[in-house]
Every structure is written in C-alpha cells, then in structure tokens.
Design a protein around this ligand. Structure first.
Ligand SMILES: Cc1cc2nc3c(=O)[nH]c(=O)nc-3n(C[C@H](O)[C@H](O)[C@H](O)COP(=O)(O)OP(=O)(O)OC[C@H]3O[C@@H](n4cnc5c(N)ncnc54)[C@H](O)[C@@H]3O)c2cc1C
Length: 382
C-alpha cells in the first residue's frame, strides 16, 4: 500500500484528501498499464478521463473564471503517475496545452476549454524548436501580421500530443522587439491549412510526440492570446504552474518504485532470510523513503504557495521540479537494483518506471535550467 500520510499535511484541505482517495480508486479500476498503439491509447485515456470528469481539473471553468488549483493538479498527476505514466501524460497535456488559455485567454478563447475539459478536444503546447530548446527566447518561427490575420511560418519540435492534438498553443516571433519581448502566443486548430506533422518522434517511454510545420498558415489576429509581444511572459507563467506538476508526476513514479522495492525486499528470500534483512538494502530503502518525503514537501510547498495567491512561484516551482525529478531517477534506479535481473526485464513495472522518469529531467526546463533559475533568484536576494 502506498504511503498516504502526506495527505494529513497542512498544505491540503479536506476536498484534496477526498479527491486523492477518489482518483486512486478510479485508477485501480480503470487503468491498465499495457498500451499497444500509443496514439489510440492516449486518445482513449483522454476520452475516459473526460467522461468521468477528471479533466475538469486541468483548466478553469470558462463560464466562471477562477484560478487553477495547483494542489489538485499535483495530486491528480502524482496518483495517475503512480498507476500509469501514459494516463498521467494524457491528463497533464490537457492542462499544459490549455494552460495559456486558462491563464490569459479572453472569453471567446476560453470556449476551447469546454472541449479540453471534457476530452472533446486534445491539447498541445508548442514552444520548443530545433535550435531553441532551452534557449526559448532564441526561437525563429515567425507570425507576420497581414491585415486582420497573422501568417505562421516555421517548425516546432518535441511537441507532446503532436499528431493527435486538436488544438495547439503556439509561440512565434512577431518582432515587437528582439529576443524574449518579440514573441506572441496563438491558438491554432489542427485543421488549419498550411499546418502539417513533419515527423513523428519515438522516445524511450512512448507517447505521442512530433515535429510540426507551418507553411504560410493564416490565422485571424483574434487567435492571439494576450497582447503582441507577451508570448514569452505567457509561456513562463504557464510553466510556473505546470513545472510543479512535473515534480508531482516524478513523485508518483518514485512512490511506486519505493512500494515495489519494499514489497520485493520483504518477499525475496536470499541467504536464508528476506532481502529486507540485509542492512545495505535497508540503507537503500531509507534513502528512497527520505527522497520521496523531501520531494513531496517541495512539490506541495510550491503548489500551496501558488494556491495561496503568490503571483509567481518561479523559485519554488524550479526547486520542486529539479529535486523531485532528480531524486525520482535515483529512487527508481535503486528499485531496479533491488529487483536484480527482474528490474531490467522488459515490461516489468520498475523497468517501465526507469524509462518513464528520464525525460522529466529534460522537458519544461532541463535540471540545469532549474539550477540557473534558483541561483539567479537566490543571488538577487528574492
Ligand atoms: C519527451 C519530451 C516531451 C516534450 N514535450 C514538449 C512539449 O510538449 N512542448 C514543447 O514545447 N517542448 C517539449 N519538449 C522539449 C523540451 O522542453 C526540450 O527538449 C528542452 O527544453 C531541452 O531543449 P533541447 O532538447 O533543445 O536541449 P538543449 O537546449 O540543446 O539542451 C541540452 C542540454 O544542455 C544543458 N543545458 C541547457 N541549458 C543549460 C544551462 N543554462 N546551463 C547548463 N546546462 C544547460 C542541459 O543538460 C540540457 O539537457 C519535450 C521534450 C521531450 C524529451
């Protein structure tokens, strides 16, 4: 049984505790970890999560705009990730993909949320380019004003849900200023003429991913989120919310690894006694338990701080993401070690976790980028 004692922490309200139990029960009856066709499985997961109301938590209610509840997002992601990485991915991308619309969209643009919150539309967030992954402000894709329209030209890569999304939030250079201040955000439906999937990308933990292309794709100026030149700010504010949730997903993977390792250590007999009797194994279990609790404290500190109305949680979110993802990698590695040969057997749960965790230390800002953020804010006394 996973440790749920953290739910008594003062970061949570009763509604969070109830939600955590409900989503856990839902996962136990609705999720199978074995996915064949990853596109079909992702579509199916979005449909199921939408049908049963869980996607409501991924975006604000367009008719009663309020704030996103980051603790709810984190509890959802942690629990889904503990059961099934692809289910977490399907949930998370509805949130990240629609995040800029939740945070900055006008009333007309928020109508998209009716579809993303029910699973009727699949969402994607398109920021990265081949030559500007970590260096977001160096992006080259352009959006050129032409009367009442913008014309999009260029490519984005590593786009999660690329190939299956119905709506993309795209960031492109509109040229108000050089660098970060010359970027704007747009809502782009996938049936836009001039839009295409240039390449599908396969990764170690399969999920829908693509390089996408725009060739003189014309969209109305009303598709712009916020004002011209605000795109970088919009992207960073969106990541401020969702980076913490990446930490929560890592925490879910780490908790699962710890559970699997402890039950294996109790059951496996070696040298005439359970593996758990060996002190070096106990040391590993202790390190894992400590890492999980410390990561949970940082994740829910960041989520609670945001929910209490902090305008930005850049430092807290960076710490949560950096620590939780790095530690989860180590926890999962230890779980693989405790499982011996079974730990690397293709399809074993800890082998899957080993593959699932890796990309989290790269996307939404690599670990080094989080360190730069933390150092800058610490050195400036903020
Ligand atoms: C599975 C997956 C899903 C993704 N999904 C999306 C998505 O949905 N939307 C989207 O827009 N993007 C997405 N990305 C892209 C992701 O955000 C980028 O891969 C990431 O920002 C790193 O960019 P890059 O790959 O170009 O690596 P680079 O920018 O070339 O960086 C390479 C490495 O350099 C190091 N580094 C970078 N900056 C610094 C620094 N300041 N100091 C020291 N070292 C540094 C880090 O170790 C980094 O990993 C996804 C990526 C992956 C792998």
């Amino acid at each position: 049984m996973p440790d749920k004692s953290f739910l008594t922490w003062p970061f949570f309200e009763n509604r969070h505790r109830i939600l955590a139990e409900r989503i856990d029960a839902w996962c136990r009856t609705h999720l199978t970890a074995d996915h064949g066709d990853v596109d079909a499985a992702s579509r199916d997961l979005v449909a199921k999560l939408g049908r049963d109301g869980w996607l409501m938590h991924t975006a604000i209610d367009p008719d009663v705009p309020g704030a996103l509840d980051v603790r709810t997002l984190c509890l959802m992601r942690e629990t889904l990730a503990r059961h099934d990485g692809l289910a977490d991915f399907a949930f998370a991308m509805q949130g990240l993909g629609a995040g800029a619309i939740s945070l900055f969209g006008n009333a007309a643009q928020r109508q998209w949320l009716k579809r993303t919150r029910t699973g009727a539309a699949i969402a994607a967030f398109a920021l990265s380019e081949a030559r500007s992954g970590s260096d977001v402000a160096g992006m080259e894709m352009t959006a050129t004003r032409d009367s009442d329209d913008y014309v999009l030209s260029g490519e984005k890569t590593w786009i999660s849900n690329g190939g299956i999304a119905d709506v993309y939030v795209i960031f492109a250079r509109t040229g108000e200023a050089p660098g970060a201040k010359g970027i704007s955000a747009f809502i782009v439906p996938s049936d836009l003429p001039g839009f295409s999937i240039a390449e599908r990308i396969a990764v170690i933990a399969p999920h829908p991913l693509a390089r996408i292309r725009f060739e003189h794709a014309r969209i109305p100026a009303s598709a712009m989120i916020g004002a011209p030149g605000e795109g970088f700010k919009i992207a960073m504010a969106t990541l401020d919310v969702f980076r913490t949730t990446v930490g929560a997903a890592a925490l879910g993977f780490a908790r699962r690894a710890l559970d699997e390792a402890t039950s294996r250590a109790r059951q496996r007999q070696l040298f005439g006694a359970p593996l758990a009797d060996l002190q070096m194994v106990q040391a590993s279990i202790a390190d894992m338990a400590l890492a999980v609790d410390a990561a949970a404290l940082l994740v829910y500190r960041a989520a609670w701080t945001k929910d209490m109305g902090a305008p930005r949680v850049t430092r807290e979110a960076a710490m949560a993401k950096l620590f939780a993802t790095d530690q989860a990698q180590d926890v999962i590695d230890k779980a693989v070690q405790i499982h011996g040969g079974d730990g690397v057997r293709h399809g074993h749960i800890v082998e899957r976790l080993y593959r699932e965790i890796r990309a989290l230390r790269i996307y939404e800002g690599a670990s080094e980028v989080q360190k730069v953020i933390i150092a800058k804010q610490t050195l400036s006394g903020g």
